[in-house]
Each structure stands twice: as C-alpha cells, then as structure tokens.
Design a binder for this molecule. Structure first.
Ligand SMILES: [Zn+2]
Ligand SMILES: [Zn+2]
Length: 340
C-alpha cells in the first residue's frame, strides 16, 4: 500500500512566488489527510492532487499561516455539494477558531466535527493511527505522528509444505493468523514487521517530544524557519534552525529528514547545506514534491521532485515561475510578522 507525502505548501509565515503556506497531504491507499491548511491551500491542491476526498484536516497550531486556508476550502467543498462528514482536529482553541470561520463565512451543509486534541491523544484509523504530540512553539501547538500497525511476519511457504500444508487457501488462513489442522501461524510466519512511521513537527523549537516520537521514523518532516546565523531569533520565536532539525534527526536515527516552513529571509540552499553537514539524508522539498515511503524491506523513502504536479502541456506552457528547476528560490522581503 502506498504511503506518500505531497508537499502542498512549504513556506512559512508569508507566501513567496514559489512557496505556498504550510500544508501537507498524507496519502495512504485511498485515504487522504491534510496537515495544516495555510492560505491558498485549496488552489495548491487543485494544481496538484485535485480536491481529493479528505475526511480529516489536522491543524498544528493557531497561527494564521497554518489555518487561514480553511474557510475557503470548507466553502468550496460545500459548493461542490459535499455530503460526507469532515473532521477538523487540532490543539485547544481550535473550536473557537472554527466558530469564527462560521461567523465570517457562513455555515456549510455537510457535517463538520471539530475535535480539540490534548497531547498524546490518538486518532485511530483502520490499520494505522495518528498521535498528537506536544511541541514547543508559542501557545498550544502539536506535532503529529503517523504510525501504521505492525504487520504479520513474512510467510514461509517451504516450511508450510514441510508441515503438510499444500492448499493455497490454507496458506492464506495461516497468514491471517488462523490455525490450520495442527499447524499454528507462528510456525510458518517470521517475526512481526514494523509498520511505517512519519513524524511531522509543525512549528517548534527543537524539543524532546519530537525527538522521542521520531525514533527510527521513516521520515521526519521538521520545520527549519531559520539558519544558524539566526539561532537567537529562532530561540526567541519558538522555531528551529536547519542544523537543529538535522541534529534532532541524527539523534532520532530517522531514515530521511524533510525540511519545511522555510522563511524568505534566507536562501533555502544555505539551509539545506547547513542541515546536510549534520545529517546527510536531508531533503528540502519544494511545493508539489512528493516523498514516497515504501515498506522498509522494499527500500528507503524517495524524494520525487515535482511528482505532485500535473504534466505540462506542450512547449512554452509553463510560466517561468512554475519551473521547479529554476534558481533564485524564494528571494523576497524578509517577513516581520510576529505570529508565525
Ligand atoms: Zn508557521
Ligand atoms: Zn507558528
């Protein structure tokens, strides 16, 4: 089963020509969960995955760069005559924000449930779960741990035949944990295999909750709002530098670190170099990049630049701003907003 991360918006604080505000689409099989919904997210989705069937939107915290896209998205789903229920979950204070959205934008006709999460609350799904972890930003802020259930061990058909099992239907029963005659599943199955784990930090200074949750995660998506030159500013504002994120990834022994929430105040290439000097398996996705997370026995996570972007139509169809290979990534005015 596929497990993919589509980077819908990789900027922080204020959008730039190339980077939208925070949004990350998690796709597992036919399920889609959106983590954060910065301003412009619905259009970013339309330019990539389309407005997929979401049933859950997770918000990391209340700063506007992380949720201001929600009113527009909720209203558009209503215009499209959505009927399926939608859950919006996030830290304490979210219910008041959603109430404000209804006051400003009017109600929608499909059911929207708001769930305020305490640290370590879990949202269960079939075969996987999402845990909220307390991160250290300003005000209530959560990171999210996406973790699949353990999988049964690998089936050994040779061993099964030695034990007298020959019918393929019996192979299936043993793999599902049933006993067949005298043969028990543990006689023909290897040790249980771990499911995949992805950790998303949200905005945070380096913190133990992320470090612990990210232990041996396949992918850690961590904010890197600043570079080392601005370490003091990072500390004051509850953010991380690229090197701090990399140190944490190294300590947690993750498979891949993906840096996001990039500020226009520094060059992404500098932040990436800073992080890679500490943790080489670091990537810095642009908007519409995808990270594919295979089961560990099938290989390492793969960063696929531009994979979430529909194919171009004909020569000259793309404006230069759309060129993912163009340089000069995020040259823009330094943002000064306090609440980011
Ligand atoms: Zn932010
Ligand atoms: Zn913030």
């Amino acid at each position: 089963m596929n497990l993919d991360l589509l980077f819908v918006g990789t900027g922080g604080s204020a959008p730039t020509a190339r980077r939208g505000l925070p949004a990350l689409l998690l796709q597992r099989g036919g399920e889609h969960v959106l983590i954060d919904c910065g301003e412009g997210t619905q259009r970013q989705l339309m330019r990539s995955s389309g407005l997929v069937e979401l049933d859950l939107v997770l918000i990391t915290h209340q700063h506007t760069d992380h949720w201001l896209g929600l009113p527009g998205l909720l209203k558009t789903l209503d215009l499209r005559e959505r009927e399926a229920p939608l859950t919006v979950a996030g830290p304490v204070g979210l219910a008041a924000t959603v109430e404000l959205i209804w006051k400003l934008a009017g109600p929608v006709r499909y059911p929207v449930a708001v769930r305020e999460l305490e640290p370590y609350d879990q949202i269960e799904r079939s075969g996987w779960a999402i845990d909220a972890i307390p991160v250290r930003h300003r005000g209530p802020a959560l990171g999210y741990v996406v973790e699949e259930d353990n999988r049964p061990g690998r089936f050994d058909p040779e061993r099964a035949r030695e034990l007298g099992i020959t019918d393929v239907h019996d192979f299936g029963r043993l793999q599902r944990g049933e006993t067949v005659g005298e043969v028990r599943p543990e006689q023909v199955l290897g040790p249980k295999r771990f499911g995949r784990k992805i950790v998303v930090s949200g905005d945070t200074r380096p913190c133990d909750a992320v470090r612990e949750a990210a232990w041996r995660a396949d992918v850690l998506v961590h904010e890197a709002t600043f570079t080392g030159e601005q370490a003091e500013r990072a500390r004051q504002t509850g953010h991380s530098t690229a090197a701090q994120a990399a140190e944490l990834a190294d300590e947690a022994d993750v498979g891949m670190l993906a840096l996001t929430h990039l500020s226009a105040r520094h060059r992404p290439s500098d932040a990436l170099a800073e992080a890679r000097a500490v943790f080489p398996d670091t990537v810095m996705p642009r908007d519409f990049d995808v990270i594919r997370v295979p089961f560990p026995e099938r290989g390492d996570p793969v960063h696929a630049p531009g994979a979430g972007r529909p194919a171009r139509r004909g020569p000259g169809a793309a404006a230069s701003l759309d060129d993912p290979e163009a340089d000069g990534d995020d040259a823009g005015p330094a943002e000064r907003a306090a609440n980011v």
